[in-house]
Design a protein around this ligand. Structure first.
Ligand code: 5CA
Ligand code: ZN
Length: 413
């Protein structure tokens, strides 16, 4: 699948010290320091394209864009892969409800997603891979799990034995009753007769009447959700045989911690013997009117709608940056106006001939980001600089600060 247009990252003229990133790891349940490397592998879970980018999605992709930009600022390369769940129950259900072809629905929403990502200055993945295109990889992945005796059949469907991974549950830390509850809320089938363990995850769903299916040695069917991400990540991230883990970062919103990321990690562990990711990173949930913003509830604010209303994409980006990426929060429309006031003032200050010293402001932005991507602290460093500039302090370089803001926070001035 075609990725989206890249955004230029301006170089910083001076060398600012960029310390190793410290980031919250869901598996470790604490902030831990990221090993200094010259190449990082990052996998972020992409959309299920039955509705395009709402502010919750935007917040999640923005979080990983900040991580991406910070790693680049350390001088490293970032190999970034993202998927599109372009075949799954919710997509088929929505297409049926709206009486449209599921592929047309997916194509239109993926196009919209790409243009939203470009507008928001989210750096593109090197590989943007759809589940449908990944079916041969999924079949191979299932064969590997099968050879490890981790697969069984219920009628014509295939399941993964979650407990074949001795560390199952160690990334999400949930008690059994919570796992069962969330599993059934997120598309799992704990009560299906014939399963060996209620949490065993679907790998291959045999074709159902009026549903699409693809030929495979396991019969005509379609892939389960978790094996899709595991297969795509392991195939497209050029895993280093010498490395203790397969990838550096597994990312997505916190709604994916369980079951999705636990299942993908367990399957990946079985496939190559390594822990899947060095860091499991999750963004907080954005809500509206008291509930998580979700396609199924329909309480959505679309990025494309805000853009159509003439709102500057950089204002939307700034509005989201005002919250820490891990914090859940309820969206209020007033946040657009607050972000616009901030950004207008920032642009005005950066257009002055004499501006307050910028080196220590850039250092403060870097320091804030280095500590779990603390964007509220980074923006407050900018606010201090704006105040100092407005009070007549001078000696800084507006160009240098603009470039740093663009490179690290992705706000084009
Ligand atoms: N296709 C799967 C991942 S493989 C999926 O979860 N798709 S999604 O369209 O439902 O969500 C896309 C991404 O946005 C996921 O990383 C998800 O965690 C994140 N996300 C969904 N809703 C919200 C929300 N309300 N707030 C923040 N992030 C969200
Ligand atoms: Zn995923």
């Amino acid at each position: 699948m075609k990725s989206w247009a890249s955004v230029a990252i301006p170089p910083l003229q001076k060398t600012f010290r960029v310390p190793p990133l410290r980031i919250f790891d869901t598996a470790a349940q604490e902030i831990s320091e990221v090993e200094v490397k010259s190449l990082y592998r990052m996998y972020v879970c992409g959309i299920t394209p039955y509705d395009a980018t709402h502010l919750g999605h935007a917040n999640t992709y923005l979080a990983f864009d900040l991580l991406h930009r910070y790693l680049l600022a350390t001088g490293a390369k970032v190999h970034f892969v993202e998927n599109i769940t372009d075949i799954d129950d919710p997509l088929l259900e929505r297409a049926k409800r709206d009486e449209i072809d599921w592929q047309d629905l997916a194509t239109s929403q993926i196009d919209l997603f790409r243009s939203d990502m470009v507008a928001l200055h989210i750096l593109p993945p090197a590989h943007y891979i759809g589940a449908v295109d990944a079916i041969p990889l999924v079949i191979t992945a299932i064969s590997v799990l099968d050879a490890a005796d981790s697969v069984y059949k219920v009628e014509s469907d295939l399941y993964f034995k979650v407990h074949s991974d001795a560390k199952f549950g160690s990334r999400s830390h949930l008690p059994q009753d919570q796992m069962l509850k969330i599993f059934s809320e997120r598309g799992g089938d704990p009560d299906r007769a014939g399963k060996q363990d209620p949490l065993d995850a679907l790998l291959w769903l045999a074709q159902r009447p009026d549903e699409p299916g693809w030929e495979s040695k396991y019969g005509i069917g379609r892939p389960g959700w978790h094996i899709e991400c595991c297969a795509i990540a392991l195939n497209y991230l050029d895993i280093d045989p010498a490395s203790a883990t397969s990838i550096d970062f597994q990312g997505g919103g916190s709604d994916l911690i369980f079951p999705h990321h636990e299942m993908s990690a367990a399957q990946a562990k079985l496939m190559n013997g390594k822990e899947f990711a060095s860091h499991y990173v999750h963004a907080g949930m954005i809500g509206l009117d008291g509930e998580k913003m979700s396609k199924s509830k329909g309480n959505l604010v679309f990025v494309s709608q805000l853009l159509r209303e003439g709102i500057d994409a950089m204002v939307i980006r700034t509005a989201l940056l005002r919250h820490h990426y891990r914090s859940d929060h309820m969206w209020h429309n007033s946040e657009i106006d607050e972000a616009r006031i901030f950004l207008d003032e920032l642009r005005l200050c950066l257009s002055r001939e004499d501006v307050a010293p910028t080196d220590r402001t850039i250092e403060a932005v870097v320091a804030a980001l280095s500590e779990d991507l603390n964007t509220p602290a980074a923006l407050s460093a900018l606010l201090n600089w704006m105040n100092a500039t407005n009070h007549g302090e001078s000696g800084g370089s507006a160009g240098e600060l603009s470039r740093a803001i663009d490179a690290l926070l992705g706000i084009a001035i």
